[in-house]
Ligand binder design. Structure first.
Ligand code: NDP
Length: 400
């Protein structure tokens, strides 16, 4: 069917690449292009004997638009799947525009010096992508990603209007370390140490970090503490799902994680303000990343399950209705299949599916779109087929 260029070769990219290689009918060729080429080569050497997908590799600095353009022109992919870091979103979008190539990512752009997760920078590209006749699919991971597809599916099949959405992200996995992050530590810590927020009646309501706590009993995992966080899909879902009065995002954290985080915060290790150290400028959070376990190394040690999904409340045929859509994913099963834990798996699988939707023309409209703006049905089918089957509950416990 076509060729895909994957930028980045970390935890999420590794899963997406495994999945592309399982799906050779669509992904006839892939190019893995990242900062450290040796990681791309190692993955190619592991996977090429197992797949018909032809794998090529390249070194690229995705902060450099000209380098990206040169590489895209040489490989001529149908779509670029950005699985580097959110800092690279705009340079990669610029290169896609210059080469008229479709674009897919899993996280919204974030400037290095402010931990603010907003779509405004990427939404500003709408007209340019429309004019160029190409698609940018934003946020094709799990959250954002599957949570948006779940919302579009609920809206299409179960509701006339959705008034309340609670997105619940539960990781019941245990890696045995007192403190480690399940995906890129810098991105993860920036996210959880930021102020919390949710949208109520069209307005953002801000909270202190971890101020709002609830306890929820998750199927497949059990009872967990969860905390209200700001999360990027709140912004797009509040606009794209009609009738929303309130939308919130909760993530589970264990006590050990929170105690370590508080201590690191208190001593200044999570700061993104550069400081001088022995004549060299360093960013404390980037230094912390260097001493923490590499998320890619957690796979073999992590046991337990994740349960991520959305509880919807709204109206159908004039009556109140509640609906919960979620996926349960087992860390060790993921590790056996692709050598990664479930956090990378639950992001990498939808990333592959998003690229597939664009490559096959199943999703085909020019411009910049969040995932819930497309027909959810083919994506929902693909989730069942490619390793993230979903479950429904028409009478779930609610979050107060
Ligand atoms: P990793 O840090 O494991 O991987 C990032 C990769 O990008 C690395 O291979 C890194 O190269 C490469 N990279 C970084 N900077 C550049 C650059 N300038 N040029 C080229 N390559 C570069 O991160 P994850 O795999 O955990 O996360 C990937 C993305 O997925 C992030 O944007 C993250 O926010 C997002 N994500 C989304 C989720 C969702 O549900 N929507 C959930 C989890 C993550 P090197 O190997 O040299 O370090």
């Amino acid at each position: 069917m076509g060729k895909c260029m994957i930028i980045g070769c970390g935890g999420v990219a590794s899963v997406a690449i495994h999945k592309c290689c399982q799906n050779s009918e669509v992904f006839e060729g892939i190019m893995i292009a990242s900062r450290t080429k040796s990681k791309c080569d190692a993955l190619r050497d592991k996977l090429q004997p197992t797949t018909k997908t032809v794998i090529e590799t390249a070194q690229v600095n995705a902060d450099n638009v000209d380098e990206l353009i040169e590489l895209i022109n040489a490989y001529e992919p149908d779509v670029v799947l950005n699985l580097a870091l959110p800092y690279q979103d705009l340079t990669i979008m610029d290169a896609c525009l210059a080469t008229k190539t479709h674009y897919v990512d899993t996280a919204n752009y974030e400037p290095l010096d402010t931990a603010k997760f907003e779509y405004k920078w990427q939404w500003a590209y709408r007209e340019k992508f429309e004019k160029a006749g190409i698609t940018a699919l934003l946020g094709s991971g799990f959250d954002p990603g599957v949570t948006g597809v779940f919302s579009a599916y609920a809206m299409k099949h179960e509701f006339d209007e959705i008034n309340y959405i609670d997105i619940l992200d539960c990781n019941g996995g245990d890696h045995g370390y007192p403190f480690a992050t399940n995906f890129n530590p810098e991105i993860n810590i920036r996210e959880v140490s930021a102020k919390g927020s949710y949208i109520e009646n069209g307005e953002w309501v801000e909270t202190e970090p971890m101020e709002i706590k609830r306890v929820y009993n998750f199927k497949g995992v059990g009872e967990k503490d969860m905390y209200l966080l700001h999360h990027e899909e709140l912004e797009s879902l509040a606009l794209n799902i009609k009738g929303i009065k309130r939308i919130r995002f909760f993530m589970t954290f264990g006590q050990s994680y929170l105690t370590h985080l508080k201590c690191l915060e208190n001593v200044g290790m999570t700061s993104i303000e550069p400081i001088m150290y022995e004549g060299k400028e360093i960013v404390p959070l980037q230094f912390l990343k260097a001493v923490l376990p590499d998320p890619a190394s957690l796979g073999s040690r992590t046991v337990g399950k994740t349960n991520i999904g959305c509880i919807f409340r709204g109206k159908k045929d004039g009556k109140d209705k509640t609906y919960y859509l979620y996926n349960i994913c087992d860390h060790q099963e993921c590790y056996r299949e692709v050598g990664s834990q479930a956090i990378s798996y639950t992001t990498g699988v939808p990333a592959m599916i998003g690229a597939m939707m664009i490559m096959t023309g199943t999703w085909n409209k020019a411009g910049v779109y969040n995932i819930e703006e497309f027909d959810p049905d083919p994506f929902m089918q693909a989730l069942n087929k490619w390793g993230l089957p979903w479950e429904e509950d028409f009478n779930p416990a609610l979050v107060d």
